[in-house]
Design a protein around this ligand. Structure first.
Ligand SMILES: [Zn+2]
Length: 469
């Protein structure tokens, strides 16, 4: 009898898993409608406005019964509004913030094979600007919030959704910056979920579900040599261009120390299970911190090298003022991508030691802000791993540190740990963010909707239900 019940339970649970891969039809339709509405509003970073997107979301929420007092629409200028909505929980824990940006990179009709500002469903894909970056997540946050309300879900913390302006170009109207400075209380949270981590597939097979935990930060240095110059017919060894060239030659052979941190060690550990061939051993040993194996991994792929160390590279040159004069100025910009645990001063000191030429001045350009890593919170990692395993058995979760930057950086600086997670799977060899014919697979969109629905629920219920795990 017990055995029969067990078998029944297994059957029931596996049926449930299949059912849970896709949301109910009405919720799929709602998410698709909101997605279409968002994509078809031209919110291009320079020519468009995010305000109609924020207002469209507000109208959807009001229609679903959210009171005006829980909805905020506002921003730095009238064209760059943000939306913030609060779904009240028991207040047992500090809120969870769900973030997505609603501006998009510009797109011109003549560059695309379809209209970038129409949501076109074709051959199993949704086409349109923002279908991947980042209107899918924005639409899903709103649709899922409406679903929680309809289902009467009572979270143990407030769930806040913020749809924000101007992530793409940064600049003075960035919504996260503006909210932090002007309405901090609206988005104050214990942790946040954002873009920056998605599922990787090879077109047919799902490879990994990426969880972005931290970002490198950018520091530019100006290498500059000044010299009294003179006539080029009487050269002397003390030449500004030669001093600069010597410094850059040293830089070209230099590498910062190889190291792993909590996030990158976990990344290499997971990669050792995903890759095939002899490199898997190198990856596992590099994850354990072996100098020899970190070197092998760094040599195998530029992206792995950049994951294992701070990097600095010359990107711009200027110098000289006449063909027949000894140069009075030679300068270069050196662009560094710094690991979260390395300081600006440390990088500056290492570069000065390396160059070791008092004719070459090395100065930090601007006022770089360091973005701390989010801690690898076990609750986040556990929930992501559990739900990934339930929806896509055998697909590993890979924690990542990205080289680029998202709005997550501003939140991390403000003290809110932020995790890039979407569960939307993309072909890793055909990522079209910012490019022509941007698209998202129809199946991935709805699977991501389910994934995020489950994940937010798991992170806003103190007691995780033990059945069917
Ligand atoms: Zn984006």
């Amino acid at each position: 009898m017990l055995r029969a019940i067990f078998v029944l339970l297994v059957v029931f649970c596996s049926l449930l898993v299949i059912a849970q891969t896709m949301p109910p039809q009405a919720d799929k339709q709602l998410a698709r409608d909101i997605y279409k509405e968002f994509v078809e509003i031209q919110s291009g970073f320079t020519t468009g406005s995010t305000t109609p997107v924020a207002e469209a979301a507000a109208a959807r929420l009001r229609a679903a019964g959210f009171p005006d007092s829980d909805i905020f629409v506002g921003g730095a200028i009238p064209k760059k509004a943000n939306l913030v909505v609060r779904y009240h929980g028991t207040g047992h824990r500090k809120p969870l913030l769900l973030l997505a940006h609603i501006d998009v990179v510009e797109a011109r009709r003549e560059d695309w094979s379809v209209d970038p500002f129409q949501l076109t469903e074709k051959d199993g894909f949704f086409y349109g600007r923002g279908t991947g970056d980042d209107k899918a997540q924005a639409a899903v946050w709103i649709a899922n919030l409406i679903r929680y309300k309809r289902e009467g879900f009572k979270p143990d913390r407030d769930i806040i959704v913020a749809l924000t302006a101007d992530e793409e170009g940064g600049g003075p109207y960035n919504g996260v910056d503006w909210l932090l400075k002007n309405h901090r209380e609206l988005i104050d949270a214990e942790l946040a979920l954002n873009e920056g981590g998605w599922g990787e597939s090879d077109g047919s097979r799902k490879i990994s579900n990426d969880l972005q935990v931290s970002e490198k930060y950018v520091v530019n240095f100006r290498f500059e040599v000044r010299n009294k110059g003179g006539h080029s017919s009487i050269p002397v060894p003390d030449n500004a261009i030669y001093h600069l060239a010597g410094a850059l030659e040293k830089l070209s052979h230099f590498g910062f120390p190889l190291k792993t941190n909590e996030v990158t060690a976990a990344y290499f550990q997971q990669m050792s299970k995903i890759e095939t061939g002899p490199v898997t051993v190198d990856l596992a040993k590099a994850a354990g911190g072996s100098e020899e194996f970190m070197q092998r991994v760094a040599a195998a792929k530029p992206a792995w090298n950049a994951t294992l160390r701070t990097t600095c590279v010359a990107t711009l040159l200027e110098g000289g003022h006449a063909m027949n004069a000894l140069p009075q100025l030679a300068a270069a910009n050196v662009n560094c991508r710094v690991l979260p645990e390395d300081s600006v001063d440390y990088v500056h000191d290492e570069l000065k030691k390396l160059v070791a030429d008092d004719q070459v001045s090395i100065q930090v350009v601007g006022d770089p802000s360091k973005g701390p890593a989010s801690p690898m919170r076990p609750d986040v990692l556990d929930a992501v791993t559990r739900i990934t395993g339930k929806l896509w058995p055998g697909v590993p979760v890979v924690p990542t540190m990205v080289m680029g930057a998202t709005d997550g950086k501003a939140l991390r600086i403000a003290g809110t740990p932020t995790y890039g997670i979407q569960g939307f799977f993309m072909d890793r060899n055909d990522i079209r963010f910012h490019g022509r014919d941007e698209r998202m697979s129809v199946e991935s969109f709805f699977e991501g909707q389910t994934f995020l629905y489950e994940l937010v629920k798991a992170l806003s219920q103190s007691a995780i239900r033990a059945d069917c795990r």
